[in-house]
Design a protein around this ligand. Structure first.
Ligand code: HEM
Length: 456
């Protein structure tokens, strides 16, 4: 494996690897503080200084930053088996165990095959009812309220939706217990990920003890629930995971594995969609004409009926609003991988052990692929305007075999929630409320987003 000291932007010796231009060792220190304070700004700076492929190295750990769609395709699709989940996932692994987001190789492949059918269109159509029911409950709660913090509201709503699809109504109390411990675990893990030198987890610091307790509580609630579902199967995702059998071997999932998958789906399935919805309402509040179009479409398509999956396909303009929001504010704003073997990407050597960073945020705002990239323009997703765009220039759900398993679930949910809310209300941003991006594990609004509700 290469050491960082071997890396050079001006390679003359043929025996030395051809690495991209970049910065490492002591020279990287000023960039480290930029990375800690403003991670998106860091990726933009690397792009400006060194181009679309750049090398960055701290503490002997090389990061190869790629932004060209063809290079992204190489890593996520063509040679995906060479790339495992990156260093962030080591921390997240404490919460996710060996769940789908965090597993690798043959084990991941087997799990993906077992879980995939739970996300087929036909299953999603069963979940639409839950999505609509939970959104309507939220709308009722908002009656008479002003100064609403939308990201909290959306977190609550998307958690209720994914919680119900996993656990169904009779076990609502379990969901609220998991929500509390998951929140603590996620907050501490996020802090650990963003610290340059996190305390070893084995040290009995107050924070580590709090994290241990949250993980234990979360595991015991989900395990209780699994035991209950084994006795009384329902039509929820947990029961599906318990029943599902490998076609070839007839093998079922162990209870610990069902637990890890359930926690993974709960986590991956609510925070990302909540952020997407919060940013969508922010953008809509800044573009009242677009809000009006969304509202009119919702009134025409949905009327006062309970919506079904076939209605979602007719909400074509709202769907473009979702797509454009995911372009401008991709909730999973960066993808990380580690190379298991040597590779060549974009003409540069990418040696084994290198970390690969794919900054989705920057790719989605690259003027080479997006006209006026900082402008909100849902119609850019019209077929005739999208035809020439490389597939890997738009990757809100990642790509290749590890593409988000919940992408149709999320797109259906976001389209429906926006339509139902826009039909009932209009929001105005609370004057002077600062709307600032906070790119942590997901891209959140740092101070939340506050709206006054105006009934339509
Ligand atoms: C707008 C909402 C969402 C966004 C932007 C999003 C984004 C992503 C991305 C980018 C990945 C790939 C990560 C990587 O390659 O490192 C991913 C994977 C995943 N997502 Fe989502 N996601 C969303 C919603 C959901 C939902 C609703 C669920 C489940 C109910 C879900 C479950 C998962 C799982 C289990 C994986 C891992 C798949 C695998 O590795 O096989 N996501 N998501």
């Amino acid at each position: 494996m290469l050491s960082l000291h071997e890396a050079s932007s001006k390679q003359s010796d043929k025996s030395k690897p051809n690495l991209p231009p970049g910065v490492f060792g002591l020279r990287a220190l000023p960039y480290v503080s930029k990375l800690a304070k403003d991670p998106i700004g860091f990726f933009q700076l690397m792009h400006e200084r060194f181009g679309k492929t750049a090398l960055f190295g701290i503490r002997q750990i090389p990061f190869h930053i790629i932004s060209q769609p063809e290079d992204v395709r190489r890593v996520l699709q063509e040679n995906s088996q060479n790339y495992h989940k990156g260093i962030f996932y080591r921390e997240l692994g404490r919460i996710l165990g060996k769940g789908l987001l965090n597993s690798e190789g043959e084990f991941w492949k087997k799990q993906r095959k077992l879980i995939q059918p739970s996300f087929h269109r036909q299953r999603i159509s069963e979940f639409v009812e839950i999505m609509a029911e939970e959104t309507n409950k939220t709308l009722l709660n908002w009656k008479g309220q002003s100064n609403l913090e939308i990201s909290k509201e959306m977190m609550r709503l998307t958690f209720a939706i994914v919680g119900k699809t996993l656990f169904r109504t009779e076990v609502e109390s379990y969901a609220s217990r998991i929500e509390a411990s998951l929140k603590v675990a996620l907050e501490i893990t996020t802090k650990r990920i963003t610290r340059l030198f996190p305390m070893p987890f084995s040290w009995p610091t107050p924070e580590n003890r709090k994290l241990r307790k949250a993980l234990k509580d979360m595991h015991s609630v989900v395990e209780e629930l699994i035991a209950e579902r084994k006795k009384n199967p329902s039509n929820d995702l947990i029961s599906m995971l318990l029943e599902v059998k490998d076609e070839e071997t007839g093998e079922t999932m162990s209870e610990t594995q069902v637990r890890d998958e359930a926690i993974t789906l709960l986590l991956a399935g609510h925070e990302t969609t909540a952020n997407a919805l919060s940013w969508a309402f922010y953008l809509l509040s800044q573009h009242p004409d677009v809000w009006e179009k969304v509202r009119n479409e919702a009134v025409n398509v949905l009327g006062d009926r309970t919506p079904g999956l076939e209605d979602i396909q007719k909400l074509a303009f709202t769907r473009k609003v979702v797509d454009e929001t995911l372009r401008m504010y991709p909730p999973a704003w960066v993808i990380e991988r580690t190379a298991m073997g040597d590779d060549v990407v974009g003409g540069y050597d990418l040696p084994r052990g290198t970390n690969v960073s794919i900054c989705i945020f920057n790719i989605h705002r690259d003027p080479e692929f997006w006209e006026k990239p900082n402008e909100f323009d849902p119609d850019r997703f019209d077929e005739d305007r999208s035809a020439d765009r490389p597939k890997y220039a738009y990757i809100p759900f990642g790509g290749g075999p590890r593409i988000c398993i919940g992408n149709i679930f999320a797109l259906t949910e976001a389209t429906l929630v926006i339509a139902l809310i826009a039909k009932a209300y209009k929001f105005e941003l609370v004057p002077k409320h600062p709307v600032v991006m906070e790119p942590l594990v997901t891209l959140r609004p740092k101070h939340g987003i506050r709206f006054n509700i105006v009934s339509t």
